[in-house]
Design a protein around this ligand. Structure first.
Ligand code: NAP
Length: 278
């Protein structure tokens, strides 16, 4: 079976290592390869992979929305696709499932809670959709205001979703804060929001998983917040993608181990970071 991931840039992706570990564990011969695809080549890359007999592709920054031009989205993937089944050209969004599982495993009841989602790109949409579907009220903020406004408007079909300008987010008294920007990633250090928002008891989720313990999560823990790492989301989005391509429900502990190995983090993970179940 041939699988892969397309993005630009792509060299830091841990997906090849994780999916090849799963393929080996479940006796599937093949490869999962990372492809750096230039924006002008996206169509050729996707149809080329299909022509070459690839079963599926993951899609990452910056193509999660653009691939909607080439695939038929299934369900909530109509806003962003991160997994393609090339056999029938269907597009899925397993990031949404990843977010849902990350919150469920952390035993956070998000119903009727106010969630502030920072970022309105592919990850921001996945986080907002998952939280809205689980019953939260969502406030989206974004650096580029118009993108944030349009995203909040589009996601209103899922529930109570509004936009609030970044420069006034201190006015938002959120129970849950989610970072869905790349701020905090390896090579892009910093905090996506002011530390003042990290009040005791607030649940803080970071989509960034490299490093697992971001500056945001570290500060949140110091301030008495409950934290959920982006690794939890990563693990479950990978699990669902693998299931779409192979029909196999892979072992979560195995995915976690392979992810941590790929991140060159100690197998136990940072001691104070809570883990999801299983
Ligand atoms: N844990 C997981 O499984 C998982 C899954 C998917 C993605 N991710 C991570 O999520 C992050 C975002 O990915 P994406 O696919 O959503 O990317 P994207 O579609 O390119 O969106 C990026 C978002 O971040 C904002 N942003 C970028 N740089 C910023 C800055 N310096 N200051 C303020 N806002 C900034 C953008 O705002 P503008 O609209 O103003 O540009 C946009 O809202 C990446 O780090 C990715 O690795 C994690």
């Amino acid at each position: 079976m041939l699988l892969g991931i397309v993005g630009y840039p792509i060299k830091h992706s841990i997906s090849p290592k994780v999916h090849e570990t799963l393929m080996k564990a479940y006796g599937i011969e093949g490869r999962y390869l990372a492809f750096e695809v230039k924006p002008s080549d996206l169509r050729e890359a996707i149809f080329g992979a299909k022509a070459l007999g690839f079963t599926g592709l993951n899609v990452t920054i910056p193509y999660k929305e653009e691939v909607l031009n080439f695939v038929t989205p299934v369900g909530d993937a109509k806003f962003a696709v991160n997994t393609i089944d090339l056999r029938d050209m269907k597009g899925y969004n397993t990031d949404i499932y990843g977010v849902e599982m990350a919150f469920r495993n952390a035993k956070v009841d998000v119903r009727d809670k106010l969630a502030l989602v920072v970022g309105a790109g592919g990850a921001g949409k996945a986080v907002a959709i998952a939280l809205l579907k689980m019953g939260s009220k969502v406030v989206i903020t974004n650096r580029t205001q118009i993108r944030g406004i349009e995203t909040a408007k589009a996601l209103r079909e899922y529930g109570n979703c509004v936009f609030h300008p970044m420069e006034r987010i201190k006015e938002v008294n959120a129970d849950i804060i989610a970072n869905a920007t790349p701020i905090g990633m390896k090579g892009n250090p910093g905090m996506p929001i002011s530390e003042e928002l990290l009040r005791e008891g607030v649940v803080v989720f970071d989509v960034v998983y490299n490093p697992v313990e971001t500056q945001l999560l570290r500060r949140a823990m110091e301030n008495g917040c409950k934290v959920i790492t982006g690794l939890e989301m990563f693990i479950y989005q990978a699990k669902k993608a693998f299931e779409i391509w192979t029909g196999i429900k892979a072992d979560v502990a195995l995915i976690r181990r392979a992810s941590l190995e790929a991140l060159e983090v100690d197998q136990q993970g940072p001691a104070e970071i809570p883990r999801g179940e299983a």
